[in-house]
Design a protein around this ligand. Structure first.
Ligand SMILES: *Cc1c(COP(=O)(O)O)cnc(C)c1O
Length: 423
């Protein structure tokens, strides 16, 4: 028994599946103290879209820290914050014709979700929030109230109220037309559904099983919200920052949410940072009404700015990600084809394989670890093998990871996989 097992709380989770002490990392590779090397297709659960210790971000971070510049400043004005805001406006908002105010909530995903829910209720004067089956939005009370997973919900210890869960795209396997019940319920004053303040949605369900909403479904949802004066919140904490190919995951659908939540990879370097974006007419906060000590951390502004400048000035990076995503999907499709009932789920570099046998995915992830590949599982029964490589992964690394995954799947399922090399 080591200090991690003896002193650290039973609540720890990743360290149980991955029994290694990770001591160094670079790009898509992690090393452990005992000399093992791992290919990282987990990428900090989406917080490391640009890989580990990316030198493009490390250099300006070190310069900042050594220069005597301010590190902590609550929401005071600093040059690092100025440059981040200017760059975000120039490279992200303006080219996409998005007119959003930028709020810095606390530095985590659940902080931006809490801010979004609070603002939606304040703006509309209504209490109900609609969320979706298998959604994941974070672990504080408001975020849990819109999260699907029963084990996590139960952990709240109090009733989670003022929310209603709706079927996500694909949940009813196409047996009913999209939004059949919701449209009817919103139009019928006898439906018993109080008019909601907002709907909160992930375009790809990162934790809940990697279902990806179709663009037409997202457009249908946005139209329905618009017709009924219900705010649309897109939680882009995991699927944003290029994960699905475009900076925001909703760009392909051509929708403009009222509120957008970003965190995980917005700092680019794995430093804690979050943004809540909303249409200017919704900026009804009173000064200090939503506060916090760590809102806008200067080292995170530095790496966030460097990431935007290096990767998002033109369309080249997005094109590279699209190429990798096609390669990943092709490889995963071949692995899935070997096993009856398996299907590829997800979008972009947030893609995985659903297994009908709930034990299979967990075993494949464990076997991948033994063979030097970090992949996690997703879904209520951990039934999906989830691959989430850094967006900076090379085609060669991607192929190596797919080869390991194919071997692990073959070993666990006993079904031979034919994986022709695409790299
Ligand atoms: C990870 C995640 C969150 C919560 O972020 P934390 O930083 O863990 O609080 C919220 N929403 C989505 C979609 C996430 O993937």
């Amino acid at each position: 028994m080591d200090i991690f097992d003896s002193l650290e709380s039973e609540v720890r989770s990743y360290s149980r599946n991955w029994d290694a002490v990770f001591d160094s990392a670079s790009g898509s590779t992690m090393h452990s103290e005992d000399g093992r090397t791992f290919l990282d297709f987990f990428a900090g659960a989406g917080a490391l879209n640009y890989g580990h210790n990316n030198p493009v971000l490390l250099r300006p971070l070190l310069d900042h820290l050594q220069s005597g510049a301010v590190v902590h400043s609550l929401d005071m004005k600093t040059p690092a914050k100025r440059r981040f805001l200017e760059t975000f406006e120039e490279l992200i908002l303006k080219p996409r014709d998005l007119d959003y105010k930028v709020m810095f909530p606390g530095p985590t995903g659940t902080n931006t979700v809490e801010a979004a829910l609070k603002l939606a209720r304040k703006v509309t004067g209504r209490t109900q929030i609609l969320s979706f089956t298998n959604a994941f939005h974070g672990m504080t009370l408001g975020s849990l109230s819109v999260t699907g997973n029963s084990m996590k919900r139960h952990g709240a210890g109090v009733p989670l109220t003022n929310t209603t869960s709706m079927p996500y795209d694909g949940y009813l396997e196409g047996q009913v037309p999209d939004f059949l019940w919701l449209r009817q319920a919103l139009e019928d004053s006898g439906s018993g559904l109080d008019r909601p303040a907002a709907v909160i949605v992930e375009t790809v369900q990162g934790e809940g099983g990697l279902r990806a909403a179709r663009a037409s479904w997202l457009r249908g949802l946005a139209d329905l919200c618009h017709q009924h004066g219900v705010l649309l919140i897109v939680d882009d904490v995991q699927a944003g920052c290029g994960r699905t190919g475009t900076f925001f995951s909703f760009e392909e659908a051509g929708i403009t949410p009222d509120i957008v939540c970003l965190s995980k990879s917005i700092s680019g370097y794995g430093l804690p940072m979050a943004l809540t974006l909303f249409k200017p007419e919704h900026d009804l906060w009173s000064p200090g009404e939503h506060n916090g000590t760590f809102r806008g951390h200067n080292p995170a502004f530095i790496t966030a700015t460097a990431a935007l400048e290096h990767y998002w000035r033109d369309g080249r990076f997005a094109a590279d990600v699209a190429g990798l995503a096609a390669q990943l999907r092709e490889g995963l499709s071949r692995i899935a084809a070997a096993t009856e009932g398996s299907v590829v789920r997800g979008r972009g570099l947030l893609t995985g394989i659903y297994y009908a046998d709930p034990e299979a995915a967990r075993k494949i992830a464990a076997e991948s670890f033994a063979r030097g590949l970090l992949v996690e599982t997703s879904g209520p029964r951990s039934e999906v093998v989830k691959t989430m490589p850094a967006l900076t992964t090379t085609a060669g690394e991607l192929q190596t990871g797919l080869d390991i995954l194919a071997d692990a799947a073959e070993y666990v399922t006993g079904e031979p996989v034919t994986l022709t090399s695409v790299a």
